[in-house]
Design a protein around this ligand. Structure first.
Ligand SMILES: Nc1ncnc2c1ncn2[C@@H]1O[C@H](COP(=O)(O)OP(=O)(O)O)[C@@H](O)[C@H]1O
Ligand SMILES: [Mg+2]
Length: 282
Protein backbone atom coordinates (compact mmCIF):
# COMPACT_ATOMS: atom_id res chain seq x y z
CA UNK A 1 0.00 0.00 0.00
CA UNK A 2 1.16 3.52 -0.75
CA UNK A 3 2.56 5.58 2.07
CA UNK A 4 0.08 8.42 1.53
CA UNK A 5 -3.32 8.04 -0.12
CA UNK A 6 -5.37 11.19 -0.65
CA UNK A 7 -8.91 10.92 -2.02
CA UNK A 8 -11.13 13.82 -3.13
CA UNK A 9 -9.66 16.10 -0.46
CA UNK A 10 -11.58 19.35 -0.06
CA UNK A 11 -11.11 22.02 2.53
CA UNK A 12 -12.43 25.51 3.26
CA UNK A 13 -11.13 27.74 6.05
CA UNK A 14 -13.75 29.07 8.47
CA UNK A 15 -15.50 32.27 7.35
CA UNK A 16 -14.19 32.03 3.77
CA UNK A 17 -16.06 31.40 0.53
CA UNK A 18 -13.58 29.64 -1.76
CA UNK A 19 -12.21 26.14 -1.26
CA UNK A 20 -8.50 26.28 -0.40
CA UNK A 21 -8.23 22.63 -1.48
CA UNK A 22 -10.66 21.61 -4.18
CA UNK A 23 -10.78 17.87 -4.81
CA UNK A 24 -7.22 16.52 -4.56
CA UNK A 25 -6.62 12.85 -5.34
CA UNK A 26 -3.10 11.40 -5.39
CA UNK A 27 -0.77 8.83 -3.88
CA UNK A 28 2.81 9.05 -2.68
CA UNK A 29 5.05 6.02 -2.25
CA UNK A 30 7.41 5.35 0.63
CA UNK A 31 10.74 7.13 0.15
CA UNK A 32 9.61 9.47 -2.62
CA UNK A 33 10.89 13.06 -2.70
CA UNK A 34 7.96 15.21 -3.80
CA UNK A 35 8.20 18.90 -4.73
CA UNK A 36 5.12 21.13 -4.55
CA UNK A 37 5.00 24.28 -6.66
CA UNK A 38 2.41 26.88 -7.62
CA UNK A 39 1.58 30.56 -7.35
CA UNK A 40 0.79 32.40 -4.11
CA UNK A 41 -2.53 31.27 -2.72
CA UNK A 42 -2.55 28.04 -4.77
CA UNK A 43 -3.07 25.95 -1.63
CA UNK A 44 0.48 24.67 -1.02
CA UNK A 45 0.64 25.58 2.68
CA UNK A 46 -2.90 24.37 3.23
CA UNK A 47 -1.97 21.00 1.74
CA UNK A 48 1.06 20.83 4.07
CA UNK A 49 -1.26 21.61 6.99
CA UNK A 50 -3.67 18.88 5.85
CA UNK A 51 -0.90 16.28 5.50
CA UNK A 52 0.38 17.06 9.00
CA UNK A 53 -3.10 17.14 10.55
CA UNK A 54 -3.11 20.85 11.43
CA UNK A 55 -6.07 20.87 9.02
CA UNK A 56 -8.66 20.01 10.38
CA UNK A 57 -7.45 19.58 13.99
CA UNK A 58 -6.02 23.06 14.50
CA UNK A 59 -7.57 24.98 11.58
CA UNK A 60 -11.26 24.09 11.74
CA UNK A 61 -13.54 24.65 8.74
CA UNK A 62 -15.26 22.40 6.21
CA UNK A 63 -13.42 19.17 5.32
CA UNK A 64 -14.25 16.51 2.77
CA UNK A 65 -12.52 13.42 1.40
CA UNK A 66 -9.69 11.64 3.18
CA UNK A 67 -5.97 11.40 3.79
CA UNK A 68 -4.52 8.08 4.81
CA UNK A 69 -0.93 8.02 6.04
CA UNK A 70 0.41 4.54 6.62
CA UNK A 71 -3.17 3.38 7.02
CA UNK A 72 -4.19 5.97 9.60
CA UNK A 73 -6.91 8.44 8.65
CA UNK A 74 -5.72 11.97 9.43
CA UNK A 75 -9.21 13.33 10.06
CA UNK A 76 -10.10 10.54 12.49
CA UNK A 77 -6.78 10.55 14.37
CA UNK A 78 -5.42 12.63 17.20
CA UNK A 79 -2.85 15.29 16.28
CA UNK A 80 -0.34 13.68 18.66
CA UNK A 81 -0.66 10.35 16.81
CA UNK A 82 -0.29 12.01 13.42
CA UNK A 83 2.75 13.94 14.66
CA UNK A 84 4.46 10.62 15.35
CA UNK A 85 4.28 9.81 11.64
CA UNK A 86 4.53 13.24 10.02
CA UNK A 87 6.94 16.02 10.97
CA UNK A 88 6.47 19.53 9.61
CA UNK A 89 9.17 22.15 9.01
CA UNK A 90 8.16 25.76 8.37
CA UNK A 91 9.62 28.62 6.35
CA UNK A 92 11.22 30.48 9.20
CA UNK A 93 13.46 28.34 11.44
CA UNK A 94 13.12 30.95 14.24
CA UNK A 95 9.49 29.96 14.74
CA UNK A 96 10.52 26.32 15.11
CA UNK A 97 12.98 26.93 17.97
CA UNK A 98 11.77 26.61 21.55
CA UNK A 99 13.60 29.84 22.40
CA UNK A 100 14.27 28.38 25.83
CA UNK A 101 17.40 26.30 25.22
CA UNK A 102 21.04 27.39 25.29
CA UNK A 103 22.47 24.67 23.09
CA UNK A 104 21.58 22.74 19.97
CA UNK A 105 21.73 19.48 21.94
CA UNK A 106 19.20 20.73 24.50
CA UNK A 107 17.02 22.05 21.69
CA UNK A 108 16.96 18.62 20.08
CA UNK A 109 16.25 16.90 23.40
CA UNK A 110 13.19 19.06 24.10
CA UNK A 111 10.54 17.15 22.13
CA UNK A 112 11.83 13.80 23.37
CA UNK A 113 11.80 14.90 27.03
CA UNK A 114 8.08 15.53 26.66
CA UNK A 115 7.65 11.94 25.54
CA UNK A 116 9.78 10.59 28.39
CA UNK A 117 12.19 8.84 26.05
CA UNK A 118 15.13 7.21 27.94
CA UNK A 119 18.37 9.22 28.09
CA UNK A 120 20.54 6.75 26.17
CA UNK A 121 17.97 6.58 23.37
CA UNK A 122 17.83 10.40 23.27
CA UNK A 123 21.60 10.67 22.96
CA UNK A 124 21.65 8.10 20.17
CA UNK A 125 18.91 9.88 18.19
CA UNK A 126 20.56 13.29 18.64
CA UNK A 127 23.92 11.92 17.45
CA UNK A 128 22.26 10.33 14.42
CA UNK A 129 20.40 13.51 13.48
CA UNK A 130 23.46 15.74 13.89
CA UNK A 131 25.53 13.40 11.74
CA UNK A 132 22.91 13.06 9.01
CA UNK A 133 22.47 16.84 8.74
CA UNK A 134 26.23 17.47 9.02
CA UNK A 135 25.92 19.77 12.03
CA UNK A 136 27.84 17.73 14.61
CA UNK A 137 30.17 20.71 15.11
CA UNK A 138 27.20 22.81 16.25
CA UNK A 139 26.03 20.62 19.13
CA UNK A 140 27.14 23.02 21.89
CA UNK A 141 26.29 26.25 20.06
CA UNK A 142 23.41 28.54 20.97
CA UNK A 143 20.64 27.95 18.39
CA UNK A 144 20.19 31.68 17.90
CA UNK A 145 23.83 32.26 16.99
CA UNK A 146 23.67 30.07 13.89
CA UNK A 147 23.47 31.02 10.22
CA UNK A 148 20.12 30.58 8.46
CA UNK A 149 21.15 27.33 6.81
CA UNK A 150 22.50 25.97 10.08
CA UNK A 151 19.38 26.98 12.03
CA UNK A 152 17.08 25.42 9.46
CA UNK A 153 19.07 22.18 9.69
CA UNK A 154 18.70 22.27 13.50
CA UNK A 155 14.94 22.74 12.97
CA UNK A 156 14.92 19.71 10.68
CA UNK A 157 17.01 17.75 13.22
CA UNK A 158 14.48 18.59 15.96
CA UNK A 159 11.82 16.93 13.79
CA UNK A 160 14.10 14.05 12.84
CA UNK A 161 14.77 12.95 16.43
CA UNK A 162 11.05 12.22 16.75
CA UNK A 163 11.58 9.56 14.03
CA UNK A 164 8.77 10.57 11.66
CA UNK A 165 8.28 8.53 8.49
CA UNK A 166 7.19 11.54 6.48
CA UNK A 167 8.65 15.05 6.59
CA UNK A 168 6.67 17.96 5.17
CA UNK A 169 8.65 21.16 4.53
CA UNK A 170 6.89 24.42 3.61
CA UNK A 171 9.38 26.67 1.79
CA UNK A 172 12.26 25.77 4.13
CA UNK A 173 14.85 27.64 2.07
CA UNK A 174 12.98 30.83 1.21
CA UNK A 175 14.82 32.79 3.91
CA UNK A 176 18.21 31.29 3.11
CA UNK A 177 21.10 32.40 0.90
CA UNK A 178 22.32 30.09 -1.90
CA UNK A 179 24.79 28.32 0.39
CA UNK A 180 22.17 27.72 3.10
CA UNK A 181 19.73 26.52 0.44
CA UNK A 182 22.26 24.02 -0.89
CA UNK A 183 23.03 22.77 2.65
CA UNK A 184 19.36 22.17 3.34
CA UNK A 185 18.69 20.43 0.00
CA UNK A 186 21.71 18.13 0.42
CA UNK A 187 20.57 17.28 3.96
CA UNK A 188 17.03 16.53 2.83
CA UNK A 189 18.33 14.39 -0.02
CA UNK A 190 20.25 12.30 2.52
CA UNK A 191 17.04 11.76 4.52
CA UNK A 192 15.29 10.75 1.31
CA UNK A 193 18.07 8.28 0.49
CA UNK A 194 17.48 6.73 3.93
CA UNK A 195 13.92 5.91 2.91
CA UNK A 196 12.13 8.84 4.49
CA UNK A 197 9.21 10.25 2.49
CA UNK A 198 9.79 13.95 1.72
CA UNK A 199 7.18 16.52 0.67
CA UNK A 200 8.61 19.96 0.06
CA UNK A 201 7.08 23.24 -1.08
CA UNK A 202 9.76 25.19 -2.95
CA UNK A 203 9.92 28.08 -5.42
CA UNK A 204 13.46 27.39 -6.59
CA UNK A 205 12.58 25.21 -9.55
CA UNK A 206 16.24 24.55 -10.45
CA UNK A 207 16.62 22.82 -7.10
CA UNK A 208 13.33 20.95 -7.33
CA UNK A 209 14.28 19.72 -10.82
CA UNK A 210 17.58 18.47 -9.47
CA UNK A 211 16.32 16.76 -6.32
CA UNK A 212 12.64 15.78 -6.57
CA UNK A 213 11.34 12.45 -7.92
CA UNK A 214 7.99 14.03 -8.81
CA UNK A 215 6.59 17.54 -8.78
CA UNK A 216 3.02 18.56 -7.98
CA UNK A 217 1.76 21.79 -9.56
CA UNK A 218 -1.15 23.33 -7.67
CA UNK A 219 -3.43 26.14 -8.81
CA UNK A 220 -6.66 27.30 -7.16
CA UNK A 221 -6.63 24.35 -4.80
CA UNK A 222 -6.41 21.80 -7.60
CA UNK A 223 -3.68 19.59 -9.05
CA UNK A 224 -2.71 20.81 -12.52
CA UNK A 225 -0.01 18.15 -12.98
CA UNK A 226 1.91 15.65 -10.85
CA UNK A 227 4.84 14.27 -12.82
CA UNK A 228 8.62 13.74 -12.86
CA UNK A 229 10.48 17.08 -13.22
CA UNK A 230 11.32 16.72 -16.95
CA UNK A 231 7.69 16.12 -17.85
CA UNK A 232 6.29 18.77 -15.55
CA UNK A 233 8.70 21.55 -16.50
CA UNK A 234 8.17 20.77 -20.20
CA UNK A 235 4.54 21.90 -19.90
CA UNK A 236 3.89 24.98 -22.00
CA UNK A 237 1.63 27.07 -19.76
CA UNK A 238 3.71 27.24 -16.59
CA UNK A 239 4.22 31.02 -16.51
CA UNK A 240 0.43 31.47 -16.64
CA UNK A 241 0.29 29.33 -13.50
CA UNK A 242 2.80 31.59 -11.76
CA UNK A 243 5.69 29.13 -12.09
CA UNK A 244 9.09 29.90 -13.58
CA UNK A 245 10.67 26.76 -15.09
CA UNK A 246 14.36 26.09 -14.33
CA UNK A 247 16.71 28.42 -16.21
CA UNK A 248 18.09 25.48 -18.20
CA UNK A 249 14.60 24.58 -19.38
CA UNK A 250 13.84 28.17 -20.40
CA UNK A 251 17.05 28.35 -22.45
CA UNK A 252 16.43 24.91 -24.01
CA UNK A 253 12.85 25.87 -24.89
CA UNK A 254 14.17 29.03 -26.57
CA UNK A 255 16.66 26.99 -28.61
CA UNK A 256 14.18 24.15 -29.18
CA UNK A 257 16.59 21.63 -27.65
CA UNK A 258 14.67 18.56 -26.42
CA UNK A 259 14.94 14.78 -26.24
CA UNK A 260 13.34 12.22 -28.61
CA UNK A 261 9.98 12.35 -26.84
CA UNK A 262 9.88 16.15 -26.77
CA UNK A 263 10.88 16.70 -23.14
CA UNK A 264 13.15 19.65 -22.36
CA UNK A 265 16.18 19.26 -20.08
CA UNK A 266 15.62 20.53 -16.52
CA UNK A 267 19.10 20.33 -15.00
CA UNK A 268 22.52 21.55 -16.07
CA UNK A 269 23.66 17.97 -16.67
CA UNK A 270 20.73 17.00 -18.90
CA UNK A 271 21.06 20.30 -20.82
CA UNK A 272 24.74 19.60 -21.56
CA UNK A 273 23.77 16.08 -22.73
CA UNK A 274 21.10 17.35 -25.12
CA UNK A 275 23.36 20.10 -26.50
CA UNK A 276 26.11 17.53 -27.13
CA UNK A 277 23.66 15.37 -29.08
CA UNK A 278 22.76 18.36 -31.27
CA UNK A 279 26.45 18.98 -32.08
CA UNK A 280 27.16 15.30 -32.72
CA UNK A 281 24.28 15.07 -35.21
CA UNK A 282 25.75 17.88 -37.34
N1 LIG B 1 -5.71 30.87 7.98
C1 LIG B 1 -6.43 31.13 6.87
N2 LIG B 1 -7.70 31.56 6.95
C2 LIG B 1 -8.45 31.79 5.84
N3 LIG B 1 -7.99 31.61 4.60
C3 LIG B 1 -6.73 31.18 4.44
C4 LIG B 1 -5.88 30.92 5.56
N4 LIG B 1 -4.67 30.50 5.11
C5 LIG B 1 -4.76 30.51 3.75
N5 LIG B 1 -6.00 30.92 3.35
C6 LIG B 1 -6.48 30.99 1.95
O1 LIG B 1 -6.42 29.69 1.39
C7 LIG B 1 -5.94 29.74 0.05
C8 LIG B 1 -4.67 28.92 -0.08
O2 LIG B 1 -3.65 29.53 0.69
P1 LIG B 1 -2.23 28.86 0.98
O3 LIG B 1 -2.45 27.42 1.25
O4 LIG B 1 -1.57 29.66 2.03
O5 LIG B 1 -1.51 29.05 -0.44
P2 LIG B 1 0.05 28.99 -0.82
O6 LIG B 1 0.80 28.37 0.32
O7 LIG B 1 0.08 28.18 -2.07
O8 LIG B 1 0.48 30.39 -1.06
C9 LIG B 1 -5.74 31.23 -0.28
O9 LIG B 1 -6.89 31.70 -0.92
C10 LIG B 1 -5.58 31.86 1.09
O10 LIG B 1 -6.03 33.20 1.08
MG1 LIG C 1 2.41 29.05 1.49
Amino acid sequence: MSKIIVKSLKYKYPLTEALALNGLTFQIERGEFIGIIGRNGAGKSTLCAALSGLVPHFFKGAYGGSILIDGINVKESKLSDIARKVGIVFQNPFTQMTGAKDSVTEELAFGMENLAIPKTEMVRRIDDALRLLEIENLRDKNPFELSGGQMQRVAIASILVMLPEVIVLDEPTSQLDPQGTEEVFKAIKRLSNQGMTIIMVEHKTEKIAEYADRVMLLDQGQIVAFDPPAKLFSLSNLEERGVRPPVFTRVAKGLDIHDQVGLYPVTLESTVNEVQKVYESH
